[in-house]
Ligand binder design. Structure first.
Ligand code: FE2
Ligand code: FE2
Length: 343
C-alpha cells in the first residue's frame, strides 16, 4: 500500500490532511466543501490536481497506508472527487472536441488503427537507440504508477458489459493477470524488471517522484473505468492501448539488450507484450470494441473519444519525458540516486 505522498499545492494538502484523519460520517457530505479545486489552463500538467485525483482514485484500488478505508465511499470525498473530475473532463473535451463520424461495428478496428498509426514513436525509439540505463530506470519509475496495477482500471468495465464484448475483455484481462500464474502477471513482470534495474518494486514507492503528466494517464483510465457512462471510452482506451503496444515494447526490449541487459528478469515484461499484444490488438478492436458498438451503436463516438484521449495524454507525457532526456535533465520531480547496476 503506498504511503501518503507529499502534497503539491493547497488542494492535495487539504485532501491529504483530511485522509490522515477518520472519514466523516455518511450523513456528512459537506466536510470538504471548502476545499478549492483549481481550473488550470492545462489540468493534465497541474501537479496539485493530478496528485489529489490520483490519491482519491487510489482509495478504490489498494488504498493508502494509514488511511481509514471508510473514506472510499465517503460522500464528502466523492463530492470533492466529482469537482476534480469536472475539471478533468472539461480538459479532455478541450483536447478532443470532435472525434469525427462515429464508426460502425465493422469499421471501428480500422478507426482505432488509424489513431494508432499516428502514434509518434519518439520515446520508444529513443530508448531503443540512445537511452542510458538511468533513463530506462526513470521511465520505469514513471510507468510504475500504472504498471504495478496493470489492467486493473479496465477491469472496472467488466460488470458494465455483457455478451461478446465482455467475453473479449475477460480474455484479454486473463492474459494480463497471468492466466492463473501469479509469476506471469504483467504487473509482476514489470516489478521484476524494476528490481532487475535496481529499483524498488513496492506498490507506490515512487509516487512522490512521478510528475503530473504520468499521473494524468492513470487518472484517465480510472475516470473512464469508474463511471459506467464512460464504458464506451474505457473500451476505446483499451483497444488503442493494445494496438500501440507490441511494436514499442519490442523497441524497449531491444534498447535493454543494446545496454547488455538480456536477462529474463529485465526483458520478460517487454517480450511478453510483443507477443501478447499482437493477439490482444485484434481481440480488443474487432471483438471487444466492435462487439460493444454492435450491441449499442450510440457508444461508437465514446469509443473513439476514449482512444483519442489516450493518444493525447500519452503524447503529452512522452513529449515531456523526451524533452527532459534530450536536455540532459531528469524527467522526475526528484531524480533517483544512481545505484550501480550491472549494465
Ligand atoms: Fe499487459
Ligand atoms: Fe495486452
Amino acid at each position: 500500500m503506498p504511503v501518503l505522498p507529499v502534497s503539491r499545492g493547497p488542494l492535495s494538502a487539504a485532501l491529504l490532511a483530511a485522509l490522515s484523519g477518520p472519514a466523516p460520517g455518511l450523513d456528512d457530505a459537506e466536510a470538504l466543501r471548502d476545499v478549492a479545486v483549481p481550473s488550470p489552463a492545462d489540468p493534465f500538467a497541474d501537479e496539485d490536481l493530478q496528485l489529489a485525483l490520483y490519491c482519491a482514485y487510489e482509495l478504490h484500488y489498494r488504498g493508502l497506508d494509514g488511511v481509514d478505508a471508510a473514506w472510499e465511499w465517503s460522500p464528502a470525498l466523492l463530492a470533492l472527487r466529482g469537482r476534480m473530475e469536472a475539471v478533468f473532463e472539461a480538459g479532455l473535451r478541450a483536447l478532443v472536441p470532435d472525434v469525427g463520424p462515429a464508426p460502425s461495428a465493422e469499421d471501428v478496428d480500422l478507426a482505432i488503427r488509424e489513431i494508432a498509426a499516428e502514434d509518434a514513436p519518439g520515446l520508444s525509439q529513443y530508448l531503443q537507440r540512445s537511452a542510458t540505463i538511468d533513463q530506462y530506470r526513470e521511465v520505469l519509475v514513471q510507468r510504475s504508477a500504472y504498471q504495478l496495477k496493470e489492467a486493473d482500471p479496465h477491469s472496472w468495465a467488466m460488470p458494465r458489459l455483457y455478451g461478446a464484448p465482455k467475453a473479449a475483455l475477460v480474455e484479454i484481462q486473463a492474459d494480463e493477470y497471468g492466466g492463473g500464474r501469479p509469476e506471469r502477471m504483467h504487473a509482476r513482470l514489470f516489478a521484476d524488471t524494476m528490481e532487475a534495474l535496481g529499483l524498488d518494486s513496492d506498490y507506490g514507492a515512487y509516487l512522490d517522484r512521478i510528475p503530473a503528466r504520468a499521473l494524468s494517464t492513470v487518472n484517465l483510465m480510472s475516470f473512464f473505468g469508474l463511471h459506467r457512462r464512460w464504458r464506451g471510452a474505457i473500451i476505446g482506451h483499451l483497444a488503442l492501448f493494445e494496438s500501440t503496444s507490441s511494436i514499442p515494447n519490442g523497441r524497449y526490449a531491444a534498447g535493454l539488450r543494446r545496454l547488455g541487459r538480456d536477462d529474463e528478469a529485465a526483458v520478460a515484461f517487454f517480450d511478453e507484450h510483443v507477443e501478447a499484444d499482437a493477439v490482444h490488438e485484434n481481440l480488443a478492436t474487432v471483438d471487444m470494441a466492435g462487439g460493444l458498438i454492435r450491441q449499442d451503436p450510440s457508444l461508437a463516438g465514446d469509443v473513439l473519444f476514449g482512444a483519442r484521449c489516450l493518444a493525447e495524454l500519452e503524447g503529452a507525457w512522452t513529449g515531456e519525458v523526451l524533452a527532459a532526456f534530450e536536455a540532459g535533465r531528469s524527467s522526475l520531480l526528484h531524480p533517483l540516486e544512481r545505484t550501480p547496476v550491472a549494465a
